[in-house]
Design a protein around this ligand. Structure first.
Ligand code: COA
Length: 138
């Protein structure tokens, strides 16, 4: 897609716009715009995909920069799916992760990740510390 722009520069991101489109596309996990900003800015790397000035994709990775990484918030706005946008974003995330174990959780998108070389692994565990997400007034 020629008109899709990918950026790792978060300087001019409209977090209100990101929140709006995530809600519209039913991929909102209740973070406020401020919490979206914090979670993206605190990531090792984040990619935003734009169609013109509209946010149509996100992906980010947490990493210690040495051996372990964790991919989250991989999403393509529904009207733009199956055009290689998420594939490109995940490839951008992983291009500097040589030698690292890259983990993620997914139920719906296993085939997508399998196409990118990910495989199931046994032994994953998780815990929410306290209550999930400290909710803020949006
Ligand atoms: C999963 C998701 C990110 C894929 O985004 P996308 O931009 O459509 O993915 P791509 O076009 O880059 O897909 C690359 C390849 O992955 C595979 N793929 C993508 N979505 C798939 C699906 N729903 N089912 C099976 N295979 C899929 C296809 O092989 C595709 O290549 P193709 O178009 O030649 O068939 C998108 O469907 C989405 O946002 N889903 C909701 C959020 C979500 O579940 N995110 C993952 C949470 S970890």
């Amino acid at each position: 897609m020629n008109n899709i722009r990918y950026t790792t520069d978060l300087t001019d991101v409209s977090w209100d716009e990101m929140k709006r489109v995530l809600v519209e596309d039913s991929f909102d996990n209740l973070r406020s715009p401020k919490q979206l900003r914090e979670s993206f800015e605190n990531s090792f790397k984040a990619v935003i995909a734009y169609a013109n000035s509209s946010i149509i994709g996100t992906a980010r990775v947490l990493s210690d920069g040495v051996c372990n990484a964790y991919i989250v918030d991989v999403w393509t706005y529904t009207p733009y799916r199956r055009r290689g946008i998420a594939k490109r974003m995940v490839e951008m995330l992983t291009e500097k992760l040589d030698g690292q174990h890259v983990a993620l959780f997914t139920e719906e998108a296993k085939m997508f990740y399998k196409r990118l070389g990910f495989s199931d692994f046994e032994g994953g565990m998780a815990k929410v510390v306290g209550a999930w997400l400290k909710l803020e007034t949006i």
